[in-house]
Design a protein around this ligand. Structure first.
Ligand code: IFM
Length: 438
């Protein structure tokens, strides 16, 4: 059981769980088109054990029991993502009726159970035909994404509680085009610079399209880290500042102030799209809320031998999760307070937070992780951050991208042979808090 209570968060605070389409749906049939993760995961060496999303958690068929788990856990909301290739298999053009029908059933299933739908348009499963045209490196993606956003607004907008454009633009751009760890697996500075701008330009274009088509309560979900120096040296402090620019300030500054950090626009000048400055008004379109995904901190040291960004990340000595990320709840408080002090007075939502833990349905370390991070949210609220909700990542053990099925973030255990769901003790801890009043 948690030692904190639902009432500590006030009466209007939203508690939810989060997932993403590619990580849980499976069901790659009924007209669903190919995505970049299908081919990336089938390329040897990209994903642990060669795991693919072909079956995942078979949420495509088992969604009713998954929604029951959300309701029975006492959660108010479900943050899910639409699969663009299921809805528009070619990325642009013809719409797949079976895809529309699936999300109709899913959203109506939430509403029937009293669960609020929090939707994300893009959680990394880009239709392959769009990658063939350059994907996020091509400026035209803003138009492709806006057309997709119009479809969502027209078909589902009236039933959605909130809609986010992009999940974790740092991952879409830097992790996938510079570090090469996620699809499409580029390791190229020019590709990365273009993706870094186009992902935010497409976000702003989609906000316009959603609003023009009546969608309400619009935001974006940024993954932020607490960037810290590995030592007290001036060089390491500067390295942490560059790390902060790459991970946090490019996205916070772009979306909320219409400006990119000069630490990056200088080194990236030769690689950014010409005239990107003229897009900044679109990049920073007004929003209704901001989502923040938080997992850990980043620890940096100076590395003068590195070209372009003279920094290196080092491992810290805090307790680590099963994926090797340090457990650092104070970082969540600090980030929430910083964002509300330096960037925006918009309502903030913690749209993801959670930890990977070894397999099993007894997960006391995870329950403590959640309790400590919920306390961190309370502390940020006491310091003035307007945090309105918290979503645990994730409802189910699922496909953890390049880690395949090897890393488990679920409140509910999934046996991938039988698709049996078993609630873990962390799920019971949430259930206890959310069902009980003091
Ligand atoms: O599984 C991911 C999710 O897709 C995006 N945020 C981080 C999670 C854990 O790595």
């Amino acid at each position: 059981m948690f030692s904190i209570h639902r009432q500590d968060f006030g009466t209007d605070f939203t508690f939810g769980v989060a997932t993403a389409a590619f990580q849980i749906e499976g069901g790659q049939r009924d007209g669903r088109g190919p995505s970049i993760w299908d081919s990336f995961s089938r390329t040897p060496g990209n994903v642990h054990n060669g795991d693919t999303g072909a079956e995942a958690c078979n949420h495509y068929e088992l969604w009713p029991q998954d929604l029951d788990l959300i309701r029975d856990g006492g959660f108010d909301a479900y943050r899910f993502s639409f699969a663009w290739p299921r809805l528009i298999p070619g990325g642009t053009g013809a719409v797949n009726q079976a895809g529309l029908d699936f999300y109709d059933r899913l959203i109506d299933g939430m509403l029937e159970r009293g669960i609020k739908p929090y939707a994300t348009l893009y959680h990394w499963d880009l239709p392959s035909p769009l990658q063939d045209k350059g994907g996020w490196m091509n400026r035209d993606i803003a138009n492709w994404f806006a057309d997709y956003a119009v479809l969502i607004a027209q078909k589902f907008g009236d039933r959605l509680e909130a809609t986010a454009t992009i999940n974790e633009p740092w991952c879409v751009a830097f992790l996938s085009h510079f570090l090469g760890i996620h699809a499409p697996g580029y390791r190229d500075l020019r590709a990365a610079a273009r993706a870094m701008h186009h992902v935010l330009f497409a976000h702003g274009t989609a906000i316009d399209a959603l609003r023009a088509n009546g969608a309400k309560n619009l935001g974006i979900v940024l993954n932020l880290e607490k960037s810290e120096p590995a030592s007290d040296s001036e060089e390491d402090k500067q390295a942490a500042n560059v790390g902060d620019a790459i991970f946090n300030r490019w996205y916070l500054g772009g979306v909320l102030k219409g400006e990119y950090p000069t630490e990056l626009t200088g080194p990236l000048a030769a690689y950014l799209p010409d005239g990107y400055e003229e897009d900044m008004a679109v990049v920073s379109r007004p929003l209704d809320w901001l989502g923040i995904n938080y997992y850990t901190r980043g620890l940096y040291k100076s590395a003068p031998d590195q070209p372009v960004f003279p920094i290196a990340q080092v491992k810290g000595d805090l307790e680590k999760t099963d994926i090797g990320w340090e457990i650092y709840p104070q970082g969540l408080t600090d980030l929430l307070v910083r964002v509300s002090r330096d960037y925006t007075k918009l309502p903030l939502y913690v749209t993801e937070n959670g930890m990977a833990e070894v397999e099993g349905d007894s997960d006391p370390r995870r329950a403590k992780y959640y309790e400590d991070h919920l306390k961190a949210v309370l502390s940020a609220r006491e310091q003035g951050a307007d945090v309105r909700g918290y979503f645990a990542w994730s409802l189910l053990d699922n496909y953890e991208w390049a880690e395949g099925y090897n890393k488990r973030f679920g409140l509910v255990h999934v046996d991938y042979q039988t698709q049996q769901r078993t609630p873990k003790s962390s799920y019971r801890a949430f259930q206890g808090m959310l069902h009980n009043s003091r």
